[in-house]
Design a protein around this ligand. Structure first.
Ligand code: PBG
Length: 329
């Protein structure tokens, strides 16, 4: 009798669909990005990221306690640096009492078991909005890597558990690993943004941190000489393998949704955890469509995050983390 197999049998009820489900989201999947600013009791909504906020340290303290109570156990910290502290060399990033260093301590005080990851990159500190030192219209590679190694030590000294270099300089993972080991931070990990594309989906994030490349003569207008060409797939494998060889504990693909082919390919070829960053522009698109009533927010959010996990993400950095755990708990 035709058909012998009926695939619809396993779709007949919520109960059977739940049993047959291949992919389940849990709070353990998520990494929560937090934007930190100076000040007291600051909770500023980011215009291009509805319902996402820049928080002062007192509110970071409150927020991480809420996250912990929801089962979210890891944060990824970013800081918004006042203009007057920015320069071409990112000097403020090394200040032992800088905002990032204080933010790490704030989280650890509020929630000692929370895993603290820090963004290791110069752009929030750079007067030119670049992830490296600019000279004669170029972003310098090796000088920047050496600087990122120093920055990493400073974050490790403040108490960061995992450093997340998001810059895409060549060789920076090795520079960071060697510096950490030399300073005896043998248990401090590295989550490298290994396949990070030069994407226009980062726009809202650059609004949040005021970190976009500036429009000045002799300053590159974009990040295409260090972030990857969205057209490339094989190069993503090469970048990722290189970071693993240099000592990365976790690798990352970024952005998420538009790059799930890359996620699957990397997941199939490496033996370290693969993180995916569902970036600010992805968040903004759904928020905007939902505000217009064009998409159902929660259903689309779940579908997108499930797709990212199905593609091979072991870890998902997402601005939806808090919203989604409230739905799935
Ligand atoms: C910069 C950095 C960026 C993001 C994380 N780290 C932006 C950029 O490369 O310009 C983007 C994250 C997002 O869009 O959510 N080092």
């Amino acid at each position: 009798m035709f058909p012998l197999k009926r695939n619809r049998r396993l779709r007949q009820s919520g109960a059977i669909r739940a049993l047959a489900s291949e992919t389940v989201l849990t709070p353990n999947d998520f990494l929560v990005p937090l934007f930190v600013v100076e000040g007291k009791d600051v909770r500023e909504e980011i215009p291009s990221m509805p319902n996402y906020y820049r928080l002062s340290l007192d509110n970071v303290d409150r927020e991480v306690k809420v996250l912990w109570s929801l089962g979210l156990k890891a944060v990824l910290l970013f800081v918004k640096v006042p203009d007057k502290l920015k320069d071409n060399k990112g000097t403020e990033a090394l200040n032992p009492d800088g905002l990032m260093q204080r933010a790490v301590k704030t989280v650890k005080n509020a929630c000692p078991d929370m895993l603290v990851m820090t963004d290791v990159a110069m752009d929030p500190y750079s007067s030119y909005g670049h992830d490296g030192i600019v000279e004669n219209g170029q972003v310098l590679n090796d000088e920047t890597s050496a600087f990122l190694a120093e920055m990493s030590i400073s974050h490790a000294q403040a108490g960061a558990d995992i450093l997340a270099p998001s810059d895409m300089m060549d060789g920076r993972v090795l520079a960071i690993r060697e510096a950490l080991d030399k300073e005896h931070f043998i248990n401090t990990g590295i989550m490298s943004y290994s396949a990070k594309y030069a994407s226009a989906f980062y726009g809202p994030f650059r609004d949040a941190l005021d970190s976009a490349p500036v429009d000045l003569a002799n300053v590159p207008k974009d990040k295409k000489t260090y972030q990857m060409d969205p057209a490339n797939r094989i190069e993503a494998l090469r970048e990722t393998q290189m970071d693993i060889d240099e000592g990365a504990d976790i690798v990352m693909v970024k952005p998420g949704l538009a790059y799930l082919d890359i996620v699957r390919e990397i997941k199939n070829s490496v033996d370290v955890p693969v993180a995916v960053y569902q970036v600010s522009g992805e968040y903004a698109m759904l928020k905007a469509a939902a505000q217009k009533g064009w998409l159902d927010h929660d259903t689309v959010m779940l579908e997108q995050l499930t797709s990212i996990k199905r593609a091979g993400a072991d870890i998902i950095a997402s601005y939806f983390a808090k919203d989604v755990v409230k739905l799935i708990l």
